[in-house]
Design a protein around this ligand. Sequence first.
Ligand SMILES: [Zn+2]
Length: 390
Amino acid sequence: MLVQKAFRFRLRPNRKQEGRLSQFAGACRWVYNRGLEKRKEAYENGQRIPSLYEQNMELPQLKREEERAWLMEIHSQVLQQALADLDQAYSHAYRRLKNGEEAGFPHFRCKGRNDSFRYPQGVKIYDSVAYLPKIGHVRFRQSRPLDGRLLQTTIVREVEKWYISFVCEIEVHPAPVDFSEERCIGIDLGIESFATIASNQTTEHIANPKWLGKNLSHLRYLSRQLSRKKKKSKNWFKALASLRALHAKLRNKRADFLHKLSTQIVQNHDLIGVESLSVKDLLGDAPKSLARAISDAGWRQFLQMLKYKCEHMGKWLVEAGKYFPSSQQCSNCGRRQKMPLQMRSYACSCGLNLHRDHNSALNLRAAGMSVLKACGATPSGSVEAGILRL
Ligand SMILES: [Zn+2]
């Protein structure tokens, strides 16, 4: 089975290369924003919106203009890719609109925020060195071996540091799945513990990492500092830079924590029942606090990791829909009762008395197993791995 896998490393450009990287990112931002502006103009004037093909055809013309001569210095496929990214952002927005969701049309890119560009091809990788067309051989810190066929290369600047990520296509040979009782688990995600993992015999509460709480107050402090400064003043930019640096640090730490946890879970189990997170649900019942926003981001990322890792390793993930009563139902007898958030334990007339998250996790596990049975899989049987939604 062929799957796509991303590898991300820290780039180590020399000063001259760093200048070139900034130039490339700046040119892509300009091309992207110009493309977006033309599309918006056409829309507002009631004209047909220019297609990707038409916008691509304008590039050679732009390069010939005297004041745009600097575009000549940029690899042309990289510029075309910026327009392709814009086009894709539009298609996603139209698709969401069609599904009755919020469209989220693309915004103008601003300098210093997600400066990035992409090579669709032409990049070559040697030992810890990447050859980037029109930039040269740039070193990167290769922390793990690369694998597979290179599909795409993205270069991004995050708070003064450059990163390179390779999307590769790799062939995976998943091991046969084993659906015996102890290989099936349910996971409940929450605020009190980051995750509660239940199998038929054991429960594990994964605590929220300690660094999160410590940095949260620092984050609040920095955003308060920013709001007190005069917008776009020298001190405002300074405060903004420290806030972004802390956000980046937290993102990296969180990704590291989630990668370790998700890999360990997927390696050791064959069926995982989880609850899907719906944006509307979360915004509906929660105040938009900083702590909550950070938890949301963590859960989302965690579920994404579980999904692709299950696919790569050939495991099963069953995602229960948002109407699945995982917290209301008794995992022993199936009776239901109202469970407001402040009720931390589930007590049922059948005698069951469990921590609320543990009860939820057991329900998700049972839901996963019932889906599996419905698919005709037996404990030793083999079915194709997959991701299912209830
Ligand atoms: Zn019961």
